[in-house]
Design a protein around this ligand. Structure first.
Ligand code: PRP
Ligand code: URA
Length: 210
């Protein structure tokens, strides 16, 4: 598994505001969208493209366009939905599939409550969006779901991850083709399964239920 941890002052600046408990939902949503667009630049480094011939006002030349079959973007509901707009701005031709997962806050085990994905993902580049990689249970289950549909090329974008969560995903995916792009690797998980220093509950902060 390839792990890319962003190292850019703009990303660190935006994450700092996102982490601040005083940041209200509208600003949190805006920053989440901006951050995913910045992280998507790295995450799409190996997106498949095909050559095209075009005519400029001056001459003809070759360029590229995003290749078929279209990549698929999979936000993990609910919090991953906050990352969708920022991602599809950069990949407007992508198809969007959905996975709904919720973590039991006592056992920390994820349950899948919704899915809307193609039956066959074997030739699709999959981009999974979830802001938080805490224990790794939710992202790990999401990846298993995609592998079971034949996915062979998965990139996950998370705003924050823990060393524990990264290690869990690394062990789970083995030598399969997986890339993890993170805005930051935080210190650790606390006893409640929350990321430290983290930003709290991403879904609640995005959708105003705090
Ligand atoms: C949050 C977050 C991840 C998960 C991370 O979702 O968006 O999906 O927790 O934790 P894990 O790595 O320990 O599995 P949550 O279950 O709170 O659902 P929500 O997105 O609906 O708020
Ligand atoms: N889910 C969140 O939203 N935040 C955490 O810190 C851990 C899991």
């Amino acid at each position: 598994m390839r792990v890319h941890i962003a190292d850019h002052p703009l990303i660190t600046h935006k994450l700092t505001v996102l982490r601040d408990a005083r940041t209200p939902s509208p600003v949190f949503r805006q920053l989440t969208e901006e951050l995913v667009t910045l992280l998507a630049y790295e995450a799409t480094r190996n997106v498949r493209v095909a050559p095209v011939q075009i005519t400029t006002p001056v001459t003809t030349t070759t360029g590229v366009r995003i290749d078929e079959p279209r990549p698929i973007v999979v936000p993990i509901l609910r919090a991953g939905l906050g990352m969708l707009e920022g991602m599809v701005k950069l990949l407007p031709t992508a198809e969007v599939g959905f996975l709904g997962m919720v973590r039991d806050e006592q056992t920390l085990q994820p349950t899948t409550y919704a899915e809307r994905l193609p039956a066959d993902l074997s030739d699709r580049q999959c981009f999974v969006l979830d802001p938080m990689l805490a224990t790794g249970g939710s992202l790990g289950a999401a990846m298993e779901f995609l592998f079971a549909r034949g996915a062979q090329d998965i990139t996950a974008i998370c705003l924050l991850g823990t060393p524990e969560g990264i290690a869990k995903i690394e062990e789970q995916v083995g030598d399969r083709d997986v890339t993890l792009v993170l805005g930051a690797r935080d210190e650790r998980l606390n006893e409640h399964g929350y990321i430290v220093p983290g930003l709290g509950d991403a879904g609640d902060r995005l959708y105003g239920t705090v």
